[in-house]
Design a protein around this ligand. Structure first.
Ligand code: COA
Length: 322
């Protein structure tokens, strides 16, 4: 049986740090409010001339170097993003050109904050079926571009960044399973309610902003992300004690803590970056994975459960033997 295996991770954060103190001077908020309600202390913001493909490229190069593969070996690129550079071509095609690659499939996946899990699930199926041998999977966002910076209910939560993994076919696992879900009836609870086909004038006016019913989203995120831990462990006939690490979507420390408590996974086994990154949407999980790999917490042979939750709603997980 063929599996896909993560052989390298990478990450990139824009240089500009926006702290809660900085936000105090632009909106009516406080470091105390943001920290106590969300756990976020600072987030990164892309420079005006920095685009999603730039972030994706930096993270991809980082992951390719860690994986010690040549670009020629990569035969699939998937970019998870909600903040594509252009309407088309896809950010994955722009990245493919940047990397000097051609011919093999490159495409974007859009599942907002669960996007990386969806991209990983698709890439895993390509590799398992033999349709690809070596895949570059990236979550990259300039989410700051779809935020109303005068709306304190949303603007304190989000940031920019990119994370990447290189997957390669292997005879031993690897990715043990991926689990993906969506429920479009919650489409209005977390969204940017304008786009190319609807209310395009608002996009042209620079008013394509994220709107959110915070309390409802919070409740759903906790339920979906704790239920999917059970689903993932059950599918692999594993117990929570078999897990070495949980890497949840980094939206809010209170969501992460509530998920950990419901799933009875101790805090020491949960990777947290939300304090320094904020919510970087599709980039949050691969960025957190990369940090935990690079600082030596996540080690070869360990079992890691990745999970995401986002607008749609969408939610997903991946159980990995590193
Ligand atoms: N600074 C100060 N006050 C703020 C604020 C801010 N940045 N944002 C909102 N408030 C105010 C509101 O105006 C409201 O005031 P009011 O009661 O006078 O109307 C009050 O704070 C809301 O407080 P509360 O309901 O206690 O907030 P909360 O504990 O529900 O936290 C969120 C709000 C947004 C942090 C929380 O609901 C949340 O994290 N939801 C999930 C969001 C998320 O993660 N989305 C992405 C998922 S992928």
């Amino acid at each position: 049986m063929k599996y896909s295996r993560i052989i390298g991770t990478g990450g990139y954060l824009p240089e500009k740090v926006l702290t809660n103190k900085d936000l105090e001077s632009t909106i009516e908020t406080s470091d105390e409010w943001i920290t106590s309600r969300t756990g976020i202390r600072e987030r990164r913001i892309a420079a005006d001339d920095e685009f999603t493909v730039d972030l994706a490229e930096a993270a991809a190069l980082n992951a390719i170097e860690a994986a010690s593969v040549s670009r020629g070996e990569i035969d699939l690129i998937i970019v998870a993003t909600t903040t594509a550079d252009q309407v088309f071509p896809s950010t994955a095609c722009l990245l493919q050109q940047r990397l000097g690659m051609e011919g093999d499939p490159a495409f974007d996946v859009q599942a907002v904050c669960a996007g990386f899990l969806f991209a990983l699930g698709v890439a895993d199926k390509f590799v398992r079926t033999g349709a690809a041998n070596c895949a570059l999977v990236i979550g990259a966002e300039t989410f700051s571009r779809i935020i109303d910076w005068s709306d304190r209910r949303t603007c304190v939560l989000f940031g920019d960044g990119a994370g990447a993994v290189v997957l390669r076919a292997d005879n031993s696992p690897g990715l043990l399973s991926t689990h993906l879900h969506s429920d479009g009836k919650y489409k209005d609870l977390l969204c940017v309610p304008v786009g190319v086909s609807r209310n395009f004038s608002k996009v042209q006016a620079g008013a394509a902003y994220t709107t959110m019913e915070g309390t409802e989203v919070f409740r759903w995120a906790v339920k979906a992300m704790s239920d999917i831990i059970t689903e993932t462990l059950d599918a692999n006939d594993m117990q929570k004690d078999d897990l070495d690490w949980l890497i949840p979507h980094q939206a809010n420390i209170r969501i992460i803590n509530a998920v950990g408590a419901r799933a009875k996974i101790p805090n020491e086994k949960v990777v947290v970056t939300v304090d320094r990154h904020g919510n970087t949407s599709a980039a949050s999980v691969p960025l957190a994975l990369d940090q935990a790999v690079r600082d030596g917490r996540v080690k070869s042979g360990q079992h890691v459960l990745l999970e995401g939750f986002g607008g749609g709603f969408t939610w997903g997980s991946a159980l990995i033997k590193m």
